[in-house]
Structure formats: C-alpha cells, structure tokens
Design a binder for this molecule. Structure first.
Ligand code: GLU
Length: 291
C-alpha cells in the first residue's frame, strides 16, 4: 500500500483565521493517524494579492500552532511552467477557447436575457455563468482579436469536455457536502459553466493549478473546507482530461462566527495573529476547534 500524503494549501492573501487552524490541524492529525506524510503548499498564483509578508506571517502562525511539514514547500508562483504545459494540452485538444467579453459585456448580456423574463443560471458560489456565445467564434476572428492585442482568458468549453470525458464522473467522499453528500458522489461540472482555466496576467487558475499540484505532489487525501465541495466536480473533470490520479476527498465542517457566518480573511478578530496577541495559547486554539 502506498503511504498516504496529505496537504494543507492556503493562499497568503490575508491573515489565517480559526477555520484555517482547524483545517491544518485536521490534516496533520489524519496524516499522523494513518502514518502518512503532511505537506504545506502555498497557493499564491494571484501575485498581486499574495505577498511575501503575508506568507511570512502565515508560516509563523502555523509554526506557532505546532505544525511541521516537509521541506521544500511547493510555492505555486514558482511553477507557472507546469500549468502552462497543461494549458497547452487543453488548447491542443480544442477544449478551451479564448474568451474576450468584458465584465460589462457579460452584465449586458445577462440583462438582455432577464428582460425576456428568463432566469440566468448561477454557479454554486452564486456567480452568473459565463455566456456561451464565444464557443463557436470562427478561428479567423479569434486569431485576429488575439493578434490585435485584445485581452482574453482561456475558458473551458464544459459541454465539449463533458461530451468527451464526462461519463461516470464521481469521487469518494469521507467527509460531507452541504447537503450531507458522502460516499460515492457524482460530479456535475456543468454547474460551473465555462470556468476560467488561465488568464493573461495569471497564466493558470485555482482549478488548474490545484489538480496539477495534487498530482505532482502525489496527494492521496484532499482534506479541506466544505466551501470547496462543489469545486471538486470541476477538479474531477480536469483530472480526467489530463489523465491525473484521483485522490480521496474529505470536506470538513466550516468554523462559523457567533452569527453563523463563514469566517473571512478580511475580518481581523478571528485572525490567529490577533488571538495570539490577545494571549491565547496553541492549546486554546485546539480546544476551540475541537482537536
Ligand atoms: N488555496 C485554497 C484556499 O485557500 C484551498 C485549496 C484547496 O485546499 O484545494 O481556499
């Protein structure tokens, strides 16, 4: 049997809070209980919001909590070439297309639709799906617009990808989804529509880099918050297209505030750094997240 490999994969775009502490500690505990390895991965593809100072603070918080991980740590911003290679595979397979619509154009398209009394579909995070108009843009027009320097993003043609790779897509879930989904869960990536796979200023996306890295790092168990449960449907599709191994998934409870709301990185009061400054000890944090 292969040794289990777990990872905690935060983005240094804000301060870590109690929810991150729970996720990191749970990963470490599950790794220990199964004689597995525990890795830290820094998901910093957004090089404007992720800063070295926030990364330093993040590592300090995790060390203070008593976590230790294998070195060297994988930092996504140092591996854009790996994601580019996967993007090229998707381009060659004709499964992504250049998407040129600006935010305003998308909004106008949705408003026009709504005037007909019809409801525009939204993804599981509540964002309107990207219009499908450009799926069938003639190649000559694509080339011309790219050559003229028009900004664009590469988007997945989810319909085409599903037709080729979407048969019997599922994953094994040992935690639970928002509706209590567990065990063998059927994946429906069409919920997300034509997601962004890469941008001009960031030549990858969360969905693409996470599946590439989980595969390159040999991750066998993905343990993360329930807010990423539905993202797994898209990860399964990309793994299928790119021929990547499929880890087991465990989506855990989210730590909520006193009003039942998800914690956020922009709120200082539950930041580990503030709790520490207020005199809390790592044991207090463990007790608070029940680990
Ligand atoms: N980087 C993501 C986040 O901070 C987590 C990615 C994952 O665990 O798959 O929300």
């Amino acid at each position: 049997m292969t040794q289990p490999v777990f990872r905690f994969a935060p983005s240094p775009n804000g301060l870590l809070h109690l929810g991150h502490a729970y996720s990191a500690l749970l990963n470490q505990r599950m790794a220990e209980e199964s004689d597995g390895r525990f890795l830290l991965r820094i998901e910093d593809i957004d090089t404007t919001r992720c800063t070295p100072e926030l990364e330093r603070q993040m590592i300090e918080d995790l060390r203070w909590l008593g976590l230790s991980w294998e070195e060297p740590v994988r930092r996504q911003s140092q591996h854009f070439a790996d994601y580019r290679e996967a993007l090229d595979t998707l381009i060659e397979a004709g499964l992504v297309y250049p998407a040129f619509m600006s935010r305003g154009e998308v909004r106008a398209r949705i408003e026009e639709w709504a005037r007909g009394g019809r409801e525009w579909p939204h993804d599981p995070d509540g964002t309107p799906l990207y219009p499908q108009d450009e799926r069938s843009m003639p190649e000559s027009e694509r080339h011309r617009r790219i050559a003229e320097g028009e900004p664009f993003a590469w988007r997945l043609n989810v319909q085409k990808a599903m037709a080729r790779y979407g048969k019997d897509l599922y994953w094994e879930e040992s935690g639970a989804g928002p509706e209590g989904e567990t065990g063998r869960v059927a994946a429906d990536p069409t919920l997300w529509g034509d997601v962004v796979i890469a941008r001009k200023e960031t030549p990858t996306s969360y969905h693409l880099s996470v599946v590439i890295d989980d595969a390159l790092q040999g991750i066998t168990h993905v343990v993360r918050g329930r807010d990423l449960f539905h993202a797994t449907t898209m990860h399964r599709l990309l793994q299928e297209i790119l021929g990547l191994p499929v880890p087991l998934y465990h989506h855990h409870d989210l730590i909520l505030d006193e009003h039942g709301r998800k914690l956020s990185k922009s709120r200082g009061d539950t930041a580990l750094a503030s709790l520490r400054q207020a005199g809390m000890q790592p044991e207090d944090i463990r007790r608070q997240v029940d680990l």
